[in-house]
Structure formats: structure tokens, C-alpha cells
Design a protein around this ligand. Structure first.
Ligand SMILES: O=C(O)CCC(=O)C(=O)O
Ligand SMILES: [Fe+2]
Length: 354
């Protein structure tokens, strides 16, 4: 989940942000120049096809090969590109059309999307992130939750919006569970999968990034790692997502049309005791067209202690994080302010000298 929230920031933090953003923009300009000179090879994330998994697969060959590829990618890059024909191009188009209407609503209407959880309601008008706006729906596969959001935005109703978002979220949720099943199997933790899924909440965040004016920074969303377990991202064909590799290089993730990006959040890094990599990522708006994106975030339920299964800890893999509660962590995270390129959970409960 993004690690930026102005409500909890005092003036000095905001100033610090401005300074950091300025310095990063300078660095970014250098990188853009390098790209123009052709010094960087295009980067392609591993692609895992989930569409075929619905077919008869008696020897589990399709499943096992997808599982190996997915796990390797999550260990090496912290993400991969997923193809998933069960979310049809028509459904995708309908979701992005509806999002355009949603973000076109008056600001006062969009601000009705409030939440008692940080980052789950309307976010926008942030001075250091002027291109960015987002709204959120908890448990979006539950029809009543989406209907409630829809009637806040359109008191006269908008069944088309409700239907598209519900159908779409349910499919994304299926994809999330398939990835978790692969990871848990791949790490020999199958017996913990059901209890893990029971202890998980879901949040759908819909985002809009307007194009930058010539005088503005192109930074749409600054560098951060998600605090989630897993995040599934989808965009309207406008590129902008960048990840930082383990070597520290920023690379643009050119996502193919109709594909999704599956990304590890810090909570999965904790659960796997460091085996899965949670990548820093950001959004850079080099396009003159508006970018819409959607993220399904799976989050540890508040009150359920997050810690790796005992099989993940041994002499070779000493415990990296103390057990934590996500609700308590979020309180700390919001109060401690934003720290650029820093892992919030590592700061909060990392075992020292890990
Ligand atoms: O818009 C995107 O593709 C990325 C959004 C993101 O990283 C986030 O909301 O945490
Ligand atoms: Fe993110």
C-alpha cells in the first residue's frame, strides 16, 4: 500500500519530502537522458500464464511449471507479469471506462469515500504528488460493499459500475489465491495455506495519474514498497510502473496489454522470512495520456499475529522479523512519517543486524 499520507505529516516532513522529490527528479532526468542515448536494454519481467490452469491437467504439469516460474520470479524480482484470460478484454475495458466516469465526479463527491483505515479512502490534492488520485473499496468481491461505494458516488445508482467492479474483483481475488497456493506449495507450507487465507483481508484501490505539465515532475507515485502480503496491479495500457531491481537499478516494467503485475509486499517478505523479495517501485508519467490503474491488496487481518511458519526459520535462515500485528504496525507507520526508500516493517519489527 502506498506509504504517503499528508494528514499525519507536519510541515518539516513535507519540506523534507519536497527536497527529496527535487533530488530524485534530478536523478530521474539523468536516467531519462541515458535511456534516450540507448544505454539501457528494455526490461521484461517473467510472464506466467494462469489462463491454462483451468484446463484438464492430470499430471499437474501446467500447474507445476507455472508454480516454479512464479516462485522464482517472486524471489528474484519480487514480481511477475500474469496473463489471465478469465478477465476478458471486454471486462477490462468496461472497468477502465467506469473508472474514467468515477474520477470525473466532483471532488466533494469523491471525498465521500472515507475510511477509518489509513490510505483506504480518497487520496488526492497532495502538493508533492499532484498527478495522483485514488479511492478504495474494502472486500470488493462482496456485492454489498461495492453497492455501498457506488451509492455514495452515484446516489441515483450505477449498476454497470457495481457489476463490473464486483465481477472483476472476484476474478482478481481468484488470481491472488492461485499465486498464494503456488507460493505455499513451492515453500512446502501447504498445510498453512487455509489458515493464512482466513487471516487475510482484501482492499481494492483504483488510481488515476494525470499527465504531467511540461513544468512539472513526471513522478506520479514515489518510490515505496507495499506493506501488503501481495498486490495485483493492472493498468489501462499506459505504462509508468518502474521497479528497483536487487542490484539497485530502476527499470520500466512494460506491461503487455491485458496483463497483470503480481507483486510481493513486505508482509509476505516477513511470512517467508526473507525468501520472497518485496521490491521498491514507483510510477513515472512519461505519457501525455491519463493512466488509470487498479490494485488488489491482500493484507493481514488486524488482530492476527503475522510471523513465519517454523519451517521458514533455521540456522541458515535466522528469524528476520519479530511477530507483529498489522493494525499496530499501521499506527506506527502513519505516525512515524514517510521515509523514502525504507522498508517500514523492517524498521518496525526487523531483528537487528539482519
Ligand atoms: O499504479 C500503479 O501501477 C502502482 C500503484 C502502487 O504502487 C500502489 O498503489 O501501491
Ligand atoms: Fe505500491
Amino acid at each position: 500500500m502506498i506509504s504517503l499520507h499528508i494528514d499525519h505529516m507536519n510541515t518539516s516532513k513535507v519540506l523534507l519530502w519536497f527536497t527529496c522529490t527535487f533530488l530524485r527528479t534530478k536523478k530521474l532526468e539523468t536516467k531519462e537522458i541515458q535511456t534516450k542515448m540507448g544505454s539501457e536494454a528494455p526490461f521484461q519481467l517473467p510472464i506466467v500464464d494462469f489462463s491454462e490452469l483451468y484446463k484438464q491437467d492430470s499430471d499437474n504439469l501446467i500447474w507445476d511449471s507455472a508454480k516454479i516460474k512464479a516462485l522464482q520470479a517472486l524471489q528474484e524480482y519480487g514480481c511477475f507479469e500474469a496473463t489471465f484470460a478469465q478477465i476478458s478484454p471486454d471486462l477490462q475495458e468496461s472497468v477502465f471506462n467506469e473508472l474514467e466516469h468515477l474520477f470525473d465526479l466532483p471532488l466533494e463527491t469523491k471525498k465521500r469515500n472515507t475510511s477509518d483505515r489509513d490510505f483506504h479512502g480518497y487520496i488526492g490534492e497532495i502538493p508533492f504528488m499532484p498527478l495522483y488520485e485514488s479511492m478504495g473499496i474494502d472486500a470488493p468481491y462482496i456485492p454489498e460493499k461495492v453497492d455501498k461505494f457506488t451509492s455514495l458516488m452515484w446516489p441515483q445508482g450505477n449498476p454497470k459500475f457495481s457489476k463490473s467492479i464486483q465481477t472483476y474483483s472476484k476474478k482478481l481475488w481468484e488470481l491472488d489465491e492461485m499465486v498464494k497456493m503456488m507460493v505455499f506449495e513451492g515453500l512446502d507450507l501447504e498445510k498453512y495455506l487455509d489458515q493464512h487465507l482466513e487471516a487475510t483481508n482484501y482492499h481494492l484501490k483504483v488510481m488515476k495519474y494525470r499527465a504531467a505539465d511540461p513544468s512539472e515532475s513526471t513522478m506520479g507515485l514515489d518510490s515505496h514498497a507495499d506493506t501488503s502480503i501481495l498486490t495485483i496491479l493492472h493498468q489501462n495500457g499506459i505504462q509508468g510502473l518502474e521497479i528497483r531491481t536487487k542490484c539497485g537499478d530502476w527499470v520500466t516494467v512494460n506491461v503487455s496489454p491485458n496483463s497483470f503485475v503480481v507483486m510481493v509486499g513486505e508482509s509476505f517478505n516477513v511470512l517467508s522470512n526473507g525468501r520472497l523479495h518485496a521490491p521498491f517501485h514507483r510510477v513515472v508519467m512519461n505519457s501525455s495520456k491519463t493512466r488509470f490503474s487498479v490494485g488488489l491488496f491482500s493484507l493481514p487481518k488486524i488482530g492476527c499475529i503475522v510471523k513465519p511458519p517454523k519451517e521458514m526459520v533455521d540456522d541458515e535462515h535466522p528469524l528476520l522479523f519479530k511477530p507483529f500485528d498489522y493494525g499496530e504496525f499501521m499506527e506506527y507507520f502513519c505516525m512515524s512519517g514517510v521515509k523514502k526508500d525504507t522498508y517500514g516493517l523492517k524498521n518496525y519489527c526487523g531483528v537487528s543486524n539482519s
